[in-house]
Design a protein around this ligand. Structure first.
Ligand SMILES: NC(=O)c1ccc[n+]([C@@H]2O[C@H](COP(=O)([O-])OP(=O)(O)OC[C@H]3O[C@@H](n4cnc5c(N)ncnc54)[C@H](O)[C@@H]3O)[C@@H](O)[C@H]2O)c1
Length: 360
């Protein structure tokens, strides 16, 4: 039985629009959520997941869309927050027609929402979406795989965190434990090794990626997934799953900094944000440090050269320092400070637009 009150939730968190769609030809079943378009069109990827209920699907979509609003705002982009979830088994539902049907629904929103790839969707799938709409980014031959850019952004974020916590950002002086060596973790480890990190440990559950690391960087030491939290290192670098910072793991952490690419790492922001603060660990807010991929597609959207993405990703460094300062002066945890930072920008730009100015 579905008893989740969508309108109540929309009212509480100020959502703009929730669209349910079903395509009778392909069986495509999905939800698009637009959270906030104050700064610009809502952008967020399309995820395919076999949700256990429609409530679970809409809740996930609502949560992810809101996260995109803060991510874009904090990254200084003129984008709002949105997301699409498609309900189904990704190994069975995919076809050209399925994604073209999605493209037609995206087009029907006339640019209020722009989609991209996400969990279980690829650049190839977005190519089919593009046959029906221009409101799609992350296309083949354009900005390409976002992971290297996300990893580079996280490297700048790690440097900012080292500077803030220890007064010195020289990677060669520090030790790291990286959770996950898939896409972003792999590229980030490459950077750390290149910059002469004192020691890098990694944990992984995919034997293929463990083997790749052994072949390419034998000096990077494998640790069991359950040991990665308690490693005696300077920086814990989550690059795998969400929810990994929780009541069980936070007390184990010996690192003085947590900074990585993974999304939604705090299981419950209101509990685990303060818990990390109390332990004296500096936490780089996930949606700020991992915004490189979004910055990259924004550059694609505007047809700017790739060098612009590289230059903009560097700004993650200063942005994090600003957020750490807000946390310090307001005596709040850093995730909360990041939201203050993002909301301030949305509010300021909104007020700026209150004045009537003839269209350019
Ligand atoms: N790819 C991007 O550009 C991007 C951008 C922003 C945020 N992120 C976030 O970063 C995280 C990683 O993304 P990715 O693209 O590198 O994904 P990925 O799937 O390529 O890599 C994640 C890796 O973590 C490993 N893993 C899973 N459970 C593990 C565990 N318990 N212990 C150790 N390793 C484990 C997986 O085997 C996988 O290799 C995700 O949370 C993602 O949402 C990615």
């Amino acid at each position: 039985m579905n008893d989740f009150k969508v309108f109540e939730y929309m009212e509480k968190h100020k959502y703009e629009q929730v669209v349910y769609f079903y395509d009778r030809t392909t069986g495509l079943k999905g939800i698009t959520v637009i959270h906030n378009t104050t700064l610009g069109p809502a952008l967020g990827g399309t995820r395919i997941w076999n949700y256990e209920s429609e409530d679970a699907a809409v809740m996930d979509c609502l949560r992810l869309a809101r996260g995109m609003t803060y991510k874009a705002a904090a990254a200084g982009l003129n984008l709002g927050g949105g997301k699409t979830v498609l309900i189904g088994d990704a190994t069975k539902v995919k076809s050209e027609a399925y994604f073209r049907a999605l493209g037609r629904y995206v087009q029907s929103l006339n640019g209020r929402y722009i989609t991209a790839e996400d969990v279980n969707t690829s650049t190839k799938d977005m190519g089919y979406v593009h046959m029906e709409t221009d409101f799609v980014v992350g296309l083949e031959g354009k900005s390409g795989n976002p992971s290297p850019v996300t990893a580079l952004g996280a490297l700048y974020g790690i440097k900012a965190s080292l500077k803030y916590r220890f007064g010195d950002e020289d990677i060669s002086k520090y030790t790291f434990a990286v959770q996950g060596a898939g896409q972003t973790g792999y590229y980030l480890i490459n950077h750390l090794v290149e910059l002469g990190a004192k020691k890098v440990y990694f944990s992984e559950i995919n034997p293929k990626y463990i083997e790749r690391m052994k072949q390419e960087h034998p000096e990077v030491e494998f640790v069991n997934p359950d040991q990665v939290y308690s490693m005696d290192v300077d920086v814990f670098v989550p690059c795998a799953l969400g929810g990994v910072l929780n009541n069980q793991t936070i007390p184990q952490i010996k690192a003085k900094i947590i900074a990585g690419t993974a999304n939604n790492v705090l299981l419950d922001e209101d509990i685990h944000g303060p818990m990390i603060k109390e332990r004296g660990i500096l936490y780089a807010p996930d949606f700020v440090i991992n915004a490189g991929g979004l910055i990259n597609v924004y550059v694609e959207l505007n047809n700017w050269p790739q060098e612009k993405a590289m230059a903009d990703v560097k700004l993650i460094y200063d942005r994090l320092l600003q957020i750490f300062e807000i946390a310090k002066t307001q005596d709040i945890h850093t995730q909360q400070a990041a939201k203050v930072f993002a909301k301030n920008r949305i509010e300021t730009i909104k007020n700026l637009h209150d004045n009537y100015i003839p269209k350019r």
